[in-house]
Structures are given as C-alpha cells and as structure tokens.
Design a protein around this ligand. Structure first.
Ligand code: HBI
Ligand code: FE
Length: 272
C-alpha cells in the first residue's frame, strides 16, 4: 500500500504564496485570540507558527514529534480513506502542500496548506487530542471492514472539523473547518441562527452534514477527555449494527433527547 505522501518541496513556494499565508495567518490569529480553545493557542506557540511564511513540514514535524510523537507529511490533495486513516493511526497528519489562490481566499473545496496546517496541526500538540486523532485513524481502518465509513466521516465532521468546546469562559471553537474560516469563526460562536447541541457519539453518527455552507448545527463537547473517552470506551461493531436499524437525522433537526446548548432561529435558511 502506498501512503500517498510526497515531498513538500518547500523551496518552490513563491514570495506571493508565503505572503498569502501571512495574510491569512494574521487575520485568523488576531480574531481567534478569545474565540478558540486555549489548547489551540498553546499549539501555535509551541510550534512557533507565528514565524512568517508557509511552514516547512520538516521543521514543524520536529517540534510536533517532540511534543506528542506526531508528524506532518505532504500529500497532493485528497487521498483515499484507507491511506488517510492509516497515516493517522501511525500519528502522521497528511496536509495539502498547495496554497489557495488569492481569489479563493475565503472559500475553497479542497483542503490546502492553510486549512490543513493552521487549522489541524496546532491541536496535535495537545496530548489528549493527539490520542483522539490516532484513535480516529485506528477506528477508521476498522470501520472500513464494517461498511461504516460514513459514520466515522460524520464524527470527524462534527468534531475535528466543526467542533465547539465548553470552557470556563464560555463556548470556544476547536474544529479546523471553523478555525481556518474567517466568517465561520465569528458565525459559529456569535450567530443566533444555528443550533448548538451537546455532543453524543451515537447522535452524531446518525446526523447528516452539509459541506457547502455555514453549518446549521454544531456539537459541543465538555472536554477533549470526554471526546477521547467516549471514543475509546465504545464498542463500535455492535454500535454500527444498532445504527443500521435507526434512521439518519437531517441537519438542523432537534430530537427529544438532545441537550440544547442554544436553540437556533435557523433564520438564515428559512424559505422566503
Ligand atoms: N485526504 N488529504 C486528505 N485530507 C482529508 O481530510 C481526508 C482525506 N481523505 C479522506 C478523508 N479525509 C475522509 O474521508 C475521512 O476523514 C472520513
Ligand atoms: Fe480538514
């Protein structure tokens, strides 16, 4: 099995590409200060990510490996699920090496180096989150044998990409899809339109998601320990079997058992 990894070829980035990283970095770092989970800011600091320019993955990996044994490797773009999971299972995060064009500064489909490195890598300095990501990779490899990839994709979506976390000073962002998006990092915390629901593993694995708009529902964890524990303590094979007997849940639905953190108006998405 090829692991899909390629050389980053850091010396090939142009001055304009480094400058675009710096613009994105300055905009997000400034806005996130009081919005993001403290563990993320700690990660930026430990990894010296405020150093100008697109990070050199070798240099980044050296610091990251010292912290939690993780490393970062370049891939050309999206890679097959199995290779993605296998890399996570061996504590290696694969990151796109290209950077978006200036025209796509606020939105693009494929994960680029800013989304992948700025969005995902800082939390890998946190030992508990680092273990969660590895457990996710290992679980992904097992899920493939149960035909349950879509369940794990939902878990990834609502935690790693769009997760919110409770903190002593209020709700914070930790999902990379939010952290790397200028609009969504305001919207996810401040807007009164989306629902924010307490995290529940089974509930999340039944919930559909949409990839082309701001999220209509977010799931809130109490701590990274809670997330890791629920993942490690769950026996996924019987859970997958049970989930097959239950219907999927459409986005923006509220069920009787949900713990509501905020009940959104859903105004933005109402017809008319
Ligand atoms: N490949 N490069 C890359 N990045 C991802 O985030 C990614 C991927 N392949 C598969 C994948 N994600 C998802 O299918 C899983 O998390 C479910
Ligand atoms: Fe991502």
């Amino acid at each position: 099995m090829s692991d899909c990894v390629v050389p980053q070829e850091w010396q090939r980035y142009t001055a304009a590409e480094h400058a675009l990283w710096d613009t994105l970095f300055a905009r997000q770092a400034g806005m996130l200060a009081d919005r993001v989970a403290p563990a993320f800011l700690e990660g930026l600091d430990v990894l010296r990510m405020s150093k100008p320019g697109i990070p050199d993955f070798d240099e980044l990996s050296e610091r990251l490996t010292r912290a939690t044994g993780w490393s970062v490797a370049a891939v050309p773009g999206l890679i097959p699920d199995e290779e993605f999971f296998a890399n996570l299972a061996r504590r290696r995060f694969v990151a796109g090496r290209f950077i978006r064009s200036p025209e796509q500064i606020d939105y693009l489909q494929e994960p680029d180096v800013f989304h992948d490195v700025f969005g995902h890598v800082p939390l890998l300095v946190n030992p508990v989150f680092a273990d969660y990501m590895q457990a996710y990779g290992q679980g992904g490899l097992r899920a493939m044998r149960h035909g349950a990839i879509h369940r794990l994709a939902r878990l990834y979506w609502y935690t790693v990409e769009f997760g919110l976390i409770q903190s002593p000073t209020g709700l914070k962002i930790y999902g990379a899809g939010i952290v790397s998006s200028n609009r969504e990092s305001v919207f996810a915390l401040d807007s009164d339109t989306p629902h924010r629901l307490g995290f529940d593993l089974q509930r999340v694995m039944r919930t559909e998601y949409q990839i082309d708009d701001l999220q209509r529902n977010y799931f809130v964890i109490d701590s990274f320990e809670q997330l890791l524990r629920q993942t490690l303590d769950t026996d996924f094979a019987p859970l997958y079997a049970e989930l097959e007997t239950l219907p999927d849940i459409e986005v923006a639905t509220i069920l009787p058992g949900d713990r509501l953190v905020t009940h959104g108006s859903q105004q933005r998405w109402l017809p008319g």
